[in-house]
Design a protein around this ligand. Structure first.
Ligand code: BGC
Length: 518
């Protein structure tokens, strides 16, 4: 049987910013449940919810202190069960975020590990004696700036944290730790969760024995401190692929097998390794090519072709335009190209993931210094590394705080009329209406889900490709440029970024069309 996720569309919910029902200024699980109608009407097939587990929230929930509970900010386990049942009743799958590379320093495992050098859990984390000069054991730099090692005064050893000091790295070379984490996966699968997005997998197994990382010859300051060195001894190490295969084996204990979507940023060949040599690791290693690519037809055509060519035999592709860590697509490519970006996401071959709010054309929101939440921004202020601008709440209605909350939300929000869901609902020409139309077209057009991808090319500023299934041939053309483009586009118009457009005639700047040519 064909797996649901091959034809499905995943929608990422950033729960802190979706819908607050408890007057805390932070979204919650009941809020998500109350908006399932919206998601059903949108036409997505699965929701992936960023972390909802108990957490001191030093990194917005990516610092987990109990892998199997629910943080009171978001509600209770009953709320989660209710949400899952309600989503399933609508035919929607539920994916959670699994954060295996590190815990919170408040996790009982770490508390136990740091209690003494002889603790049975000591080796569940990565400890080393100080280097020869008494400083950190290696020159590794935390993703959020500063050394990746912190001295534990009481025991005289350093512990590793690829992210914050409060996010100690787990030691996946320890078999007991592995078993405990696989049990965590089973707890959620037994509760009916359909899969996980697996966080920061490339950082799961740094090798302190291999020593310092070499400097990055291409580094410029705007890349942030962590990129000043290469990840030679910290990222994508071979043992990770073995772990990914073991995680997959856990997912395969269930019927149907649960979905694992791995988050690994890397070059194309590196990312492909996460499928596993026998397609026995992650079913979907995230493809982040479009999240950084310059918005330029020639480059996009090249990236799409390179990715398709690199896919192992039988591997299923996927595409992502944005997430809670990266600039909003509408800000990155400009509002005039936001529809084209959505058109591309939903017509390329493979499983798309939509980041909440991108269906509304949400843009980065400027955050005043006194409202900053992201620890990265706090550590390296003013360099544009902070992620708060892309995490702001959704404005649902023309109401105080956009109907998101009854109190000032945890982050400032864009209350501009154009962004408000209720306004877009009433407007047939809105970004929301366009996204819905695309999702509906995808659903009723097997060539868009199952068809081949052919003739990917740039014609000047126009990106073009063909989707073909049996006799059906769809032509996709999108003008990434700022001037009208004459193109030869055959067939009947199925959808356009511009309401009222016709199949023929030049493509306006930012205009994209899908036609049925056969
Ligand atoms: C998540 C980030 C998080 C980091 C540490 C990532 O890749 O997406 O939001 O800060 O992992 O868990």
């Amino acid at each position: 049987m064909r797996e649901w996720w091959k034809d499905g569309v995943i929608y990422q919910i950033y729960p802190r910013s979706f819908q607050d029902t408890t007057g805390t200024g932070v979204g919650d699980l009941k809020g998500i449940e109350s908006r399932l109608d919206y998601l059903e009407r949108l036409g997505i097939d699965a929701i992936w919810i960023s972390p909802i587990f108990p957490s001191p929230m030093k990194d917005a929930g990516y610092d987990v202190s109990d892998y199997t509970g629910i943080d009171p900010t978001f509600g209770t386990l009953e709320d989660f069960e209710s949400l899952t049942a309600a989503a399933h009743a609508r035919g929607m799958k539920v994916l959670l975020d699994f954060v295996p590379s590190h815990t919170s320093d408040q996790h009982p495992w770490f508390q136990e590990a740091r209690a003494s050098k002889d603790s049975p859990k000591r080796d569940w984390y990565v400890w080393r004696d100080p280097g020869p000069d008494g400083g950190p054991p290696t020159n590794w730099i935390s993703e959020f700036a500063g050394p990746a090692w912190t001295l534990d005064e009481a025991t005289g050893q350093y512990y590793l944290h690829i992210f914050l000091t409060e996010q100690p790295s787990l030691n996946w070379r320890n078999p007991e730790l592995r078993a405990a984490m696989y049990d965590v996966m089973r707890v959620w699968f037994d509760r009916g969760v359909d899969g996980f997005r697996v966080d920061a997998v490339e950082n799961m197994a740094p090798d302190p024995e291999a020593g310092d990382n070499p400097p990055n010859p291409e580094w410029v300051e705007s890349m942030g401190p962590a990129r000043s060195h290469l990840g030679t001894n910290t990222k994508h190490l071979p043992v990770i692929f073995e772990i990914a295969r073991e995680m997959r084996a856990v997912a395969e204990e269930y019927d149907p097998p649960r979905l694992l979507v791995g988050e690994a940023y890397g070059e194309i060949p590196q990312v492909m390794k996460y499928y596993g040599d026998a397609l026995d690791a992650f079913q979907q290693p995230f493809n982040f090519l479009l999240i950084e690519a310059p918005w330029e037809a020639e480059t996009l055509a090249g990236l799409i072709a390179d990715y398709e060519a690199a896919l192992p035999e039988g591997a299923w592709p996927n595409w992502v335009l944005g997430n809670h860590d990266r600039a909003r697509i509408a800000s990155r490519v400009g509002p005039a190209q936001a529809r084209n970006a959505m058109l591309m996401l939903l017509t390329l071959r493979g499983t798309p993931t939509i980041y909440q709010g991108d269906e509304l054309g949400m843009e980065n929101v400027a955050i005043p210094p006194d409202r900053v939440q992201d620890p990265w921004e706090k550590n390296v202020p003013g360099q544009g590394l902070g992620r708060d601008p892309v995490r702001t709440p959704i404005a649902w209605e023309e109401a105080p705080f956009g109907g998101f909350s009854t109190v000032e939300p945890w982050l400032p929000m864009d209350l501009g009329a154009a962004r408000i869901v209720a306004r877009q609902e009433e407007d047939e020409a809105s970004m929301l209406a366009f996204t819905r139309a695309l999702l509906a077209l995808r659903k009723e057009t097997p060539a868009l889900t199952r068809g081949s991808l052919e003739e990917v090319r740039a014609e000047g500023a126009v990106l073009r490709y063909t989707r073909r299934l049996g006799e059906t041939r769809l032509e996709v053309a999108l003008n990434t440029g700022t001037t009208p483009a004459e193109i030869d586009l055959a067939g009947a118009l199925l959808v356009s970024t511009h309401p009222g457009a016709e199949a023929g005639g030049p493509l306006r700047p930012g205009e994209g069309r899908v036609t049925r040519a056969g």
